[in-house]
Design a protein around this ligand. Structure first.
Ligand SMILES: Cc1ncc(COP(=O)(O)O)c(C=O)c1O
Length: 502
């Protein structure tokens, strides 16, 4: 049986698409033609001649295809083929090659509809997507409370725009010039986002053009004690805002700080932060770039936690990797933005808009008007999912798969596997060193070695960062468990503890 059960399939296997793909076979439009550029090992060896250094360039593993959470890959060093389970999708919330998103993009591309519309001109898809996203925010208050900007390309853009909007709204209050942010945060790599992030280049030539913004206050990471009540430091942050709130135009917070070992900010802190920001008229910004769009069970993180920001910045997940798009959703009072901001040239490209429309179908179910018009030649499982949406049918099952994976790893390796952090599908699993301390080195070694054992996870501080797609199947989770168990055994070889066998 395939590891992808049910509704996932490659588009080319559908009968109605067959004639189309057959017509391309053997021509230079045939996507299956082998590349003539060299094998993965040769290409990766050329990296230093071709690419800038320092950023991410392909290294250990080459991907040739895939479906859902399974990537068909080649180990660059050995040339061995393997199925790699992608447990850290970052943004492909529907996994690889989602058939519905591809089908909608394909249908659009074959049509006469405009493949591009410049910012000065309108088109139907732009309004359709805006309406659908805002509908999710309607539940947070009165319909119409929020407005949207969809003209951003990446998360850093959306964060910067959120700050511009909050800043503009505070124009009249000369004393409100301070921004609050938190240690442990990461908001992106442009200059503005770097200046408000703890995680940023700090050494040597990697330093920023401007090293700090004097009006940015870094508060300690919000935490709870073991008893569940907020830490004294966190309470002090709230007191400071209560006292000095009139100086602040905005506070920005990532509800789950992934770079901080996937730390979930206590809900009670978010609630009380909301209260103080409301009382003091401070704009509360949620950076939902990792936390939103399906990964915590809802479109906006706010829907999930019941705490409403004034502005939400979103990006990862929106197109499930089928295009680059970021958005800012803001309460009406923060809708004014000074030019020339707010309209990136390459943003809201038509394929990204088609993709987000299709991703919304997958997450929430198709629009009521479209239910009866779902093609009858689609496999029944996909049709069933499209009627309801994966957030209803699959989210809690996928979260349960991650829970069991973590529990079993902890049972097998009690001295290496520490706390589970994060929430929903934005998760961390803390790695411990020989004396039981959370360890970045162990997390890094496991993430690296995991690739050779067929599992992709990332390191985030002292934790493994696990952010699977909604379509992770039980069979894929089992393969991941085996791969991670092999990895933990290898990485901890020589320690007194042996892994307990499954
Ligand atoms: C929480 C958070 N905010 C903002 C960003 C920036 O997004 P982008 O890389 O698309 O600019 C990131 C990127 O990882 C992020 O994790």
């Amino acid at each position: 049986m395939s590891v992808n059960e049910g509704s996932l399939f490659h588009l080319e296997t559908l009968n109605p698409i067959h004639r189309f793909t057959e017509a391309l076979a053997g021509s230079c439009l045939d996507p299956h033609l082998p590349s003539s550029e060299g094998d993965p090992r040769e290409l990766v060896a050329r990296n230093p001649d071709v690419f800038t250094q320092g950023g991410s360039w392909p290294r250990d593993v080459w991907v040739t295809g895939g479906l859902g959470a399974t990537l068909d890959s080649v180990l660059v060093d050995t040339g061995d083929r393997q199925e790699l389970i992608d447990l850290c999708t970052i943004l492909t919330v529907l996994g690889i090659n989602d058939p519905w998103v591809k089908l909608k993009q394909l249908a659009y591309l074959l049509s006469r509809s405009p493949h591009h519309v410049t910012i000065r001109l309108g088109c139907d898809m732009y309004y359709r997507v805006a309406r659908r996203i805002l509908k999710s925010f309607d539940r947070l208050g009165e319909p119409g409370d929020y407005v949207i900007n969809m003209r951003q390309c990446n998360g850093s853009d959306a964060v910067e725009l959120a700050l511009h909007s909050a800043w503009k709204a505070a124009d009249e209050s000369a004393s409100r010039r301070r921004l609050g942010t938190f240690l442990g945060s990461y908001h992106g790599e442009n200059l503005t986002a770097s200046l408000i992030s703890e995680h940023r280049p700090q050494h040597g030539s990697g330093r920023l053009l401007v090293e700090e913004a004097s009006n940015v206050t870094f508060f300690p990471t919000p935490r709870a004690e073991e008893s569940g009540s907020l830490s004294a430091e966190s309470l002090a942050v709230l007191d400071a805002l209560e006292r000095d709130g009139d100086d602040y135009f905005a506070v920005i917070i990532e509800p789950i700080q992934w770079r901080n070992s996937v730390h979930a900010v206590p809900l009670e802190f978010l609630r009380r932060l909301r209260d103080v920001c409301t009382r003091k008229s401070i704009c509360l910004i949620f950076d939902e770039i990792h936390n939103g769009f399906g990964y915590t069970g809802t479109i906006s993180f706010a829907e999930n936690c019941g705490v409403c920001p004034d502005i939400a910045a979103m990006s990862k997940g929106l197109t499930s990797g089928h295009g680059s798009l970021a958005i800012m959703v803001a309460k009406r009072g923060f809708s004014e933005i000074d030019g020339p901001f707010a309209g990136k040239s390459n943003a809201a490209d038509m394929m990204s808009l088609v993709a987000i429309d299709a991703v919304l179908d997958r997450l929430l179910g198709v629009e009521p008007n479209d239910v009866d018009a779902i093609p009858d030649w689609l496999p029944a499982e996909l049709v069933a999912e499209l009627r309801v949406g994966l957030l209803d049918t699959s989210y809690s099952l996928t979260v349960a798969l991650v829970d069991s994976l973590f529990l079993e790893l902890r049972r097998r390796f009690p001295r290496v596997v520490g706390a589970s952090t994060g929430m929903g599908l934005v998760r961390g699993l803390v790695m411990l060193d020989e004396v039981g301390r959370p360890s970045e080195a162990v997390a890094s070694a496991v993430a690296k070695q995991g690739l050779a054992n067929g599992v992709y996870v990332r390191q985030a501080g002292t934790a493994l960062f696990v952010k699977p797609s909604l379509v992770l199947s039980p069979a894929e989770a089992d393969i991941a468990l085996d791969g991670l168990s092999r990895t933990l055994t290898q990485v901890t070889q020589g320690r007194c503890e042996e892994g307990r066998s499954g």
